[in-house]
Write a protein that binds this ligand. Structure first.
Ligand SMILES: [Zn+2]
Ligand SMILES: [Zn+2]
Length: 420
């Protein structure tokens, strides 16, 4: 097995973490090349890959991280989750030194690395908010598991391998799935704690008992909705690192998709009046005519959102109500958007599907202008946009779209002149 850095070198490295040639030089001296390195799977997350290396070398996660130059300060999981969000160049170089893999391949395993890929492919408008709850496919988490970084994305509603919905929290203890809490010594088991109101919530030592439910045994329904499957396929082609498709064919579709998603997600969104999916799981999420609907199921409360879908809320140990990420509710919205965009007459489908309870003034709610994809949306969405936005926001949109169109025309004529 590889040597790990000495305590004094670790301290030196920690003092200058991520900066300066001294840190890099000293850390390099203590790192040795690993004899064998499993290559990352396409789209694999850094967290998953490091755990896989630890499994391969039969060492704990902390020791593996040190052998890779990724100094774990405090809890291993939290630190590895931070590296999975964003890994600096000096740390990437240490990883490269220890593994022999190229920098780009290593960087793509982090969320920021995937984001750079989005920027390069023109899809740079995904909100950057690392550290949130991830979705996961239970069946894919069966140890020894290797799992992808796209589970972080908000559209990660299904697993294309197992054709089931993803989950985002443990149904037993309600703990959200977040890499920062995943235990290295109990792979695949829920790291959450049993709630204080449950019997035997404490160990004889007085410490809190872990839930430890095998996450891979959580059952999630099959995805039977063809629209959701197709939309997921297209989104994957745009946003998965190393995706096999070229996105230009669906670029307009993708701008329209994001525009409708924006309108469903803003604080005072359009409301879905009519929901046509035959998928029972999705049907259960639509509130129908009922504006304020609340359902209790076990330890989870379901409340209607302003867009017309039920979302799970959980009450935390401290009694705080917390809206939980829910892949199925997102899938229901994706069904609506996909259906609208695939229809022969988009405008009349919009009339049938959406209600617009109140126009929205983007400026007054602190938005910094309109997202660029709104400006590129198809003409078939114009009427909806004009209805949803308040007068001043609609004017702003019209002016900026006109400006963008004239810039596009100027660019086209310049290219033609250059060719002549
Ligand atoms: Zn799966
Ligand atoms: Zn649990």
């Amino acid at each position: 097995m590889e040597q790990t850095p000495s305590a004094s070198d670790r301290m030196t490295g920690a003092a200058g973490i991520g900066t300066g040639p001294m840190y890099a030089t000293r850390a390099f001296r203590t790192l040795r090349r690993l004899p064998t390195v499993p290559v990352p799977l396409p789209g694999e997350s850094l967290f998953s890959w490091v755990d896989h290396l630890a499994h391969t070398y039969e060492v704990d996660r902390g020791r593996m991280m040190r052998a890779l130059g990724l100094e774990p300060k405090g809890a291993h999981a939290g630190q590895l989750a931070r590296y999975t969000d964003l890994i600096d160049r000096p740390d990437l170089e240490l990883l490269q030194h220890a593994t022999g893999l190229d920098l780009a391949r290593l960087e793509q395993m982090s969320l920021m690395g995937a984001r750079i890929h989005h920027v390069e492919s023109g899809n740079d408008e995904t909100p950057w908010a690392p550290g949130k709850v991830w979705a996961f496919c239970p069946q894919c988490l069966k140890p020894p598991a290797r799992w992808p970084s796209w589970w972080y994305e908000s559209w990660a509603v299904l697993c294309p391998v197992h054709r089931c919905y993803t989950a985002s929290f443990c149904p037993d203890c309600g703990s959200p799935f977040t890499p920062a809490t995943l235990r290295g010594d109990a792979p695949g088991l829920c790291p959450g704690f049993v709630g204080p109101s449950r019997p035997a919530s404490k160990l004889p030592s007085g410490r809190r008992r872990r839930c430890a439910r095998p996450l891979w045994k959580i059952e999630t329904p099959s995805v039977t909705d063809p629209v959701v499957r197709e939309v997921h396929r297209i989104l994957s082609s745009h946003l998965m690192v190393g995706a096999p498709f070229h996105p230009s064919a669906t670029r307009q579709w993708y701008d329209d998709f994001r525009t409708l998603r924006f309108l469903l997600g803003v604080p005072r969104p359009v409301r879905v009046r009519s929901f046509s999916s035959l998928d029972c799981t999705l049907q259960q999420r639509h509130c129908g005519e009922q504006v304020d609907k609340t359902v209790r199921e076990g330890g989870t409360q379901w409340h209607s959102s302003a867009s017309g879908f039920l979302h799970p809320w959980r009450v935390t140990d401290r009694g705080i109500r917390d809206k939980t990420r829910d892949p199925v509710a997102v899938a229901a919205e994706i069904h609506v958007i996909g259906t609208v965009l695939a229809s022969d007459d988009v405008e009349s489908t919009i009339q049938k599907v959406f209600d617009v309870p109140y126009p929205r003034d983007l400026a007054s709610s602190g938005d910094h202008g309109l997202p660029r994809y709104l400006l590129r949306a198809s003409a078939s969405l114009d009427h909806l946009l004009q209805t949803v936005l308040s007068l001043s926001s609609a004017d702003e949109l019209r002016e900026r779209r006109a400006l963008m169109a004239s810039l596009r025309m100027q660019r086209t004529s310049t290219v033609k002149q250059d060719r002549q």
